[in-house]
Design a protein around this ligand. Structure first.
Ligand code: ATP
Ligand code: MG
Length: 363
C-alpha cells in the first residue's frame, strides 16, 4: 500500500520554525515505528504572495485536495498588513478551508498538570481538564447573505445574516457524535434557541440526528451564554461541545485560556470522507505567526506538534501513536522543560524551539 501523504505548508513568521520540529517528529516515526509519510512542502500566505503574487496558487490548492492531510504553520505578519484584501495572507487559509469544505473545526482544550498554574482559573477547576469544542466552520453568520454596510436615511447600517441549512447542521452534528464515541460519549450542543430561529433549527436537527443515529451518546443542549458561564465556572462537566461558527469562535478562545499558553493549542479542520475513507483534513496550531518573536528561536513548537498528533489520530487512525506523542509532550512538561511563553513569574531559563523539539524526541 502507498504511504499516507502529507502536504506541509509552513507559511509565515514562526510557522517555519515550529514546523521544522514537526518534520523531525515525522522523521522519527519513519525511523523508529516504520510509519513513513510521503511528505511534500509548499508555500502559503505572505511567502506565497512574495513569490507568486497570490497567497495560495491554484497548483498548491490542487495539491492540498489530493493529499491525505495538510499541516499548516501560520500565515500573515506586519509586512503584509497593507496589501489589498483579496491577496492578504489570511485569504490563502480561507481558500483552503472553503475549497476543501472543512466544515468541522476541532479545538481541544486540555490542561496538562504541569501547567495547571498557568490557567486563568484556579488549579482545581482545570486540573485534568480535557474537552473538545467542535465549531461549524464554513457557514453561519460569517458567510450568510445579505451582508454589508449601507445607508438608511442619514445613517449607516451594518448587516450580517445567520443562515444554516439542515444538512449543514446535520454534518457537523455527526462529526461531534462520532468524536464523542471515541471519547467519553457525551455531547453538549450550544445555541441560542431562545432568541434565534437558526438556533431552534440547530437544536432540532442535532436532536434528530442523535435520536436516529447516535442514541447511545449522551446529549444535552445549552444556551451559548450559559455555556460561556459554565465553561469558566466548571469546565470539567463537558466532554464534546458542538456549536455554530460564531459561538464556536468565541467559546473556543475562552476554553483556550483555561489551559494556559497559546503556544500549546492544536486544531483540526475536517471535511467529508474522501474515496479512501479518510476525511479531508487540515491541521494547524491555534496561534498565529507571532511576528514579535519570529527568528529568535523562542517559539513554542508544542501546538504544532500536537496538531500532528491530531493528524495521527483523526486522519491516519494511529491513535496509539498519537497517545505516544502526547505522552512525550506531557512528560517533558512534567520534567520542567519550558519555552519562554511557559515561564512563570518566578523566572528561570527558557529553552529554545529546537531544544523543546529535542526534549520531546528524547521522551
Ligand atoms: P493571528 O492574527 O494570526 O491570530 P495574532 O497576532 O492574533 O495572530 P499570535 O500571532 O498568535 O496572535 O500571537 C499572539 C501572542 O502570542 C504574541 O505575543 C506571540 O508572540 C505569542 N505566541 C503565539 N504563538 C506562540 C508560540 N508558538 N510560542 C510562543 N509564543 C507564541
Ligand atoms: Mg488573532
Amino acid at each position: 500500500m502507498a504511504n499516507p501523504s502529507l502536504l506541509i505548508l509552513p507559511g509565515d513568521g514562526i510557522g517555519p520554525e515550529v514546523m521544522a520540529e514537526v518534520r523531525r517528529v515525522i522523521d522519527w516515526f519513519g525511523a523508529n515505528k516504520n510509519l513513513t509519510f510521503d511528505v511534500s512542502e509548499d508555500l502559503v500566505g505572505g511567502v506565497a504572495y512574495d513569490k507568486h503574487g497570490t497567497p495560495l496558487t491554484d497548483e498548491t490548492m490542487a495539491r492540498a485536495q489530493k493529499v491525505d492531510a495538510v499541516l499548516l504553520g501560520a500565515v500573515g505578519g506586519p509586512a503584509y498588513d497593507n496589501l489589498d484584501f483579496s491577496v492578504k495572507p489570511e485569504r490563502g487559509l480561507l481558500r483552503l478551508r472553503k475549497e476543501m469544505d472543512l466544515f468541522s473545526n476541532l479545538r481541544p482544550a486540555q490542561c496538562f498538570d504541569a501547567l495547571a498554574d498557568f490557567s486563568s482559573l484556579k488549579k482545581e477547576i482545570v486540573a485534568g481538564l480535557d474537552i473538545m469544542i467542535v465549531r461549524e466552520l464554513t457557514s453561519g453568520v460569517y458567510f450568510g447573505e445579505p451582508r454589508g454596510i449601507h445607508k438608511e436615511g442619514n445613517e449607516r447600517v451594518g448587516i450580517n445574516t445567520q443562515r444554516y441549512t439542515e444538512s449543514e447542521i446535520a454534518r457537523v452534528a455527526r462529526s461531534a457524535f462520532e468524536l464523542a464515541r471515541k471519547r467519553s460519549n457525551k455531547v453538549c450542543s450550544m445555541e441560542k434557541a431562545n432568541v434565534m430561529e437558526s438556533g431552534i433549527l440547530w437544536r432540532d436537527v442535532v436532536q434528530e440526528i442523535h435520536d436516529a443515529e447516535y442514541p447511545d451518546v449522551e446529549l444535552s443542549h445549552m444556551y451559548a451564554d450559559n455555556g460561556a458561564m459554565q465553561l469558566v465556572r466548571a469546565p470539567k462537566q463537558f466532554d464534546v461541545i458542538v456549536t455554530d461558527n460564531l459561538f464556536g469562535d468565541v467559546l473556543s478562545d475562552c476554553a483556550a485560556m483555561l489551559t494556559g499558553s497559546l503556544g500549546m493549542l492544536p486544531s483540526a479542520s475536517l471535511g467529508l470522507p474522501m474515496a479512501n475513507g479518510r476525511p479531508k483534513a487540515m491541521y494547524e496550531p491555534v496561534h498565529g505567526s507571532a511576528p514579535d518573536i519570529t527568528g529568535q528561536g523562542k517559539a513554542n513548537p508544542i501546538a504544532c506538534i500536537l496538531s500532528f498528533a491530531m493528524a495521527l489520530r483523526y486522519s491516519f487512525d494511529e491513535g496509539a501513536y498519537a497517545d505516544l506523542l502526547e505522552g512525550a509532550v506531557e512528560k517533558v512538561l512534567a520534567d520542567g522543560a519550558r519555552t519562554a511563553d511557559l515561564m512563570g513569574p518566578d523566572g528561570g531559563t527558557p529553552i529554545s524551539t529546537t531544544e523543546m523539539g529535542d526534549a520531546i524526541l528524547a521522551a
